[in-house]
Write a protein that binds this ligand. Structure first.
Ligand code: GLA
Length: 386
């Protein structure tokens, strides 16, 4: 239809409509711009999630990951047991598919993990009788693993958790592991040395749980300082961040993180989740029906007051994380409540609700609390580039 320029009323109407559409579109774009975690996050932080390869077949959740997160970590697919179950026999498929997904969605990949006492094949550090291999053989196995894996993914993985969980919960500087028994107490330093040789461009991290807590902090700090003092590259300390609803206290977490950043380290929160289910002492034992009911109280759904408690816990954690400019990444260990290891830990087969999205991938109050907190710490002049 032609607009008759001579009719001022029609012109006014048209301009109103055009202005209205423009206004509504810019308003819609404005909201849209901040509608995901990766868009809401302040510039100095990256927001991520751990995903299993299986998730890539779930269109709803994989598109959620593409929309919400700027980094991903493979939940199991890059661990030594997954990549090299037998000496010299590498299984790349699942890890490759996770990387291809990340590339297709402009997502940065974090490598997890090169040396760990769990989910690692025994041949690397032990003989067939379970005795420690000679130091030189174990060093060679470790070096070959690190070198082959890091060189394959050079340029595709931003940084690696080189060593995971080397500090014991009890006394002592290093956990008693097959690597320690075969190589000796410089095995962590050797792992960092080999990793830097394998890919000089990759960032290298030390990753562990509870190392921000008073009982473990000084020993972990001593270890990362030892790596740095040896002149080796270490780009950050990964604090896993598997928390409960009311433990540990926010003050202890904040104090612990500050100890690392005050010592000059960057910190990444690498495996964040908040478990709202009760923790019991005898977690390994078979549970009676009554015990099971008490251990699994939200099978029929997660009540509103609990939703709010979870949201507030996440809000206070993000307040701590975002106030510290040396925290450069926050990664959730999972995505929706359907994809969380906490369904099976520490008790198998429970209905758990630790994540920001429910089982149907709908955002929970915890999601909104996190997004609001991210926006609160965002520089208003920050460009939207993601
Ligand atoms: C540890 C490991 C992770 C993962 C989680 C729980 O924290 O670093 O790879 O196994 O436990 O599943």
């Amino acid at each position: 239809m032609q607009v008759r320029a001579s009719n001022p009323l029609t012109l006014a109407k048209v301009s109103c409509i055009v202005f209205g559409i423009r206004f509504m579109t810019s308003f819609a774009i404005g909201l849209e711009d901040f509608s995901s975690l990766r868009q809401a996050v302040p510039d100095h932080v990256m927001i991520g999630a751990a995903i299993p390869e299986l998730l890539l077949e779930d269109d709803r959740v994989s598109s959620l990951v593409g929309r919400e997160f700027a980094t991903i970590t493979a939940e199991n697919e890059m661990k030594p047991q997954s990549l090299q179950p037998r000496r010299g026999q590498f299984n790349w498929g699942p890890a490759d598919r996770i990387i291809a997904f990340a590339e297709a969605h402009d997502i940065v990949v974090i490598g997890h993990t090169l040396v760990w006492h769990n989910q690692s094949p025994s041949w690397m550090f032990e003989d067939e009788q379970g005795k420690p291999l000679p130091r030189e053989v174990a060093l060679q196995n470790m070096k070959e693993h690190i070198t082959t894996v890091m060189q394959r993914y050079k340029g595709k993985i931003k940084g690696w958790d080189v060593v995971n969980e080397a500090v014991p919960d009890g006394p002592g500087a290093l956990r008693d592991t097959p690597a320690l028994r075969a190589i000796g107490d410089d095995y962590v330093l050797k792992a960092f040395e080999f990793a830097h040789e394998a890919d000089p461009d990759a960032e290298l991290y030390y990753n562990d749980y509870n190392i921000e807590l008073d009982y473990k902090r000084d020993r972990a700090l001593a270890l990362v300082k030892r790596i740095r003092d040896a002149g080796l590259r270490i780009d950050g300390v990964g604090i896993q961040g598997h928390y409960l609803l009311d433990q540990p206290s926010i003050e202890e977490i904040a104090r612990g993180i500050k100890a690392y950043t005050d010592a000059g380290f960057r910190v990444m929160i690498t495996e964040l989740d908040v478990d709202p289910l009760p923790r019991q002492e005898n977690v390994g034992a078979d549970l009676s029906a009554v015990e099971r009911d008490a251990a699994d109280p939200y099978r029929e759904g997660f009540p509103e007051p609990m939703q709010q408690k979870l949201a507030e816990r996440y809000r206070s954690l993000f307040e701590v994380f975002l106030q510290n400019p040396r925290i450069t990444r926050i990664t959730f260990w999972g995505t929706t409540d359907a994809y969380t290891w906490l369904k099976n830990f520490p008790v198998r087969n429970r209905t758990n609700h630790p994540m920001l999205w429910d089982r149907k991938a709908n955002p929970k109050p915890a999601y909104h609390a996190v997004r609001q907190t991210l926006l609160k710490y965002r520089d208003p002049n920050q460009q939207i580039v993601k």
